[in-house]
Write a protein that binds this ligand. Structure first.
Ligand SMILES: C[C@@](O)(CCOP(=O)(O)O)CC(=O)O
Ligand code: SF4
Length: 404
């Protein structure tokens, strides 16, 4: 891989051990994937924040970095942590866990990473432009940035996104190159599905994403007629998240909806066409539901909720009392507006909580006694059984939030 004189110096350790390690990681990745050089990035989104997922090894690694006074070079935001950083006690989080989680956050803060802790940074300030090179790790945010926004990122891991943030560069391979951004499969929803437009709720996009991720795996799907269902940005984030969870999809195109296919050809000839109908979707619901029992926790916000999603939940819950606990997960930024709009109060009156900085997957809900979790997120439905050892009830919000 070609390196500039300055990059060589960093790799030789002339600017210290932390920068050397970061450069070494980026160069190793570049060598593995055949990158010709490093390219500058405009932002980073760093995963591996929850103490539940990174443990003591991750904590020590981050503190080692932070104590060398190294700062990130580009605007960098953080993925959710293992708890709400303010109301963790109220959620029942163990003191020991909380202490270590707060040390992780402190280490990132010292490196000047924004400690907003959300998987939807694009809703709250980290909004890449079309064509911009970035280095993002959270798979649902990678999908949204690549697809809906037309930015360019590979699906990074926590360490490689942090290394890129510190160096301000990433190896030039994969989805940074236009030739790798063409569709590999065409997805067509059959006429019966399209005509059911009035029955399509939030969970439909999770189920569809789950299905397409299973079929397309690491490819790039092109949705031929999804636009006819008129999905909004929340639906697209849900779709992308589920495809990245059941498969490895980092980029999708959707006619009339996503950025790149509006301005250039994204389909080669001889691309395989897949038709999806009512039966396949029904089957996806069956697979994602692992129990017929009632939930002990309802969790909304995977990926983190937008204000409009919270508004809808508040409208449904007005003057109701919930039968199960409810977490509505979002960023600190969105929570502040939900508080001001009065949505948080309505949700709390019904017995729910608006929880920021974390989510049902990366917080230790299994230690809080929850065993059956209801969600309309296809991604959460895929991860809950493994990350949290919980059963899943998968459906639309109106069905999940029964209440009295
Ligand atoms: C499942 C996920 O959304 C959150 C957990 O990852 P982490 O703790 O941020 O590494 C990560 C991902 O999908 O990229
Ligand atoms: S809410 Fe979902 S997308 Fe966001 S961090 Fe948790 S698992 Fe990942």
């Amino acid at each position: 891989m070609y390196l500039t004189k300055e990059e060589e110096k960093i790799l030789d350790g002339e600017y210290g051990e932390v920068l050397r390690r970061c450069m070494n990681l980026l160069v190793s990745l570049g060598d593995i994937y055949g990158a010709e050089k490093l390219i500058p990035i405009n932002s980073a989104q760093i995963s591996g924040v929850s103490y539940k997922t990174i443990g003591d090894i991750g904590l020590e690694f981050l503190e080692d970095f932070a104590k060398e006074n190294v700062k990130v070079k580009v605007y960098s935001t953080l993925n959710p942590a293992g708890m709400d950083l303010d109301i963790w006690k109220e959620l029942g989080i163990d003191e020991e866990f909380a202490k270590k989680q707060l040390r992780i956050i402190e280490a990132f803060k010292k490196m000047e990473v924004e400690i907003g802790c959300t998987c939807t940074p694009y809703l709250v300030g980290n909004l890449p432009k079309f064509g911009e090179h970035i280095s993002w790790a959270e798979s649902s945010a990678v999908s949204f940035a690549n697809s809906v926004l037309g930015a360019k990122t590979n699906r990074e891991g926590g360490p490689s996104a942090l290394a890129a943030a510190i160096i301000g560069k990433t190896p030039y391979y994969g989805y940074h190159l236009d030739e790798n951004r063409k569709a590999t499969h065409i997805i067509e929803l059959d006429s019966q599905l399209i005509s059911n437009i009035n029955d399509v709720g939030e969970s439909f996009y999770g189920a569809l994403g789950y299905l397409v991720g299973k079929i397309v795996k690491n490819g790039v799907p092109y949705f031929e007629n999804l636009y006819r269902l008129n999905p909004n940005n929340d639906n697209l984030k849900s779709l992308g998240a589920a495809m990245a969870a059941s498969g490895g999809i980092a980029l999708y195109h959707a006619k009339n909806l996503t950025a790149e296919c509006r301005v250039k050809e994204v389909i080669d000839d001889k691309v395989e066409k897949i038709s999806i109908g009512v039966d396949e979707i029904k089957e996806a619901y069956e697979k994602l539901n692992t129990t017929n029992e009632e939930p002990d926790l309802i969790c909304i916000g995977c990926p983190h909720c937008s204000l409009m999603e919270i508004k809808k939940i508040a409208e449904i819950l007005k003057d109701k009392k919930l039968d199960a606990d409810l977490w509505v997960c979002c960023s600190l930024h969105i929570k502040s507006i939900a508080d001001r709009m009065g949505y948080t109060k309505i949700i709390e009156k019904a017995g729910g909580k608006v929880v920021k900085d974390t989510c049902m997957v990366v917080s230790p809900i299994e230690d809080l006694g929850y065993k059956k979790v209801a969600t309309y997120s296809g991604k959460a439905a895929v991860y809950l059984p493994s990350f949290c050892k919980s059963d899943v009830i998968f459906g639309d919000i109106e069905e999940l939030v029964k209440g009295r």
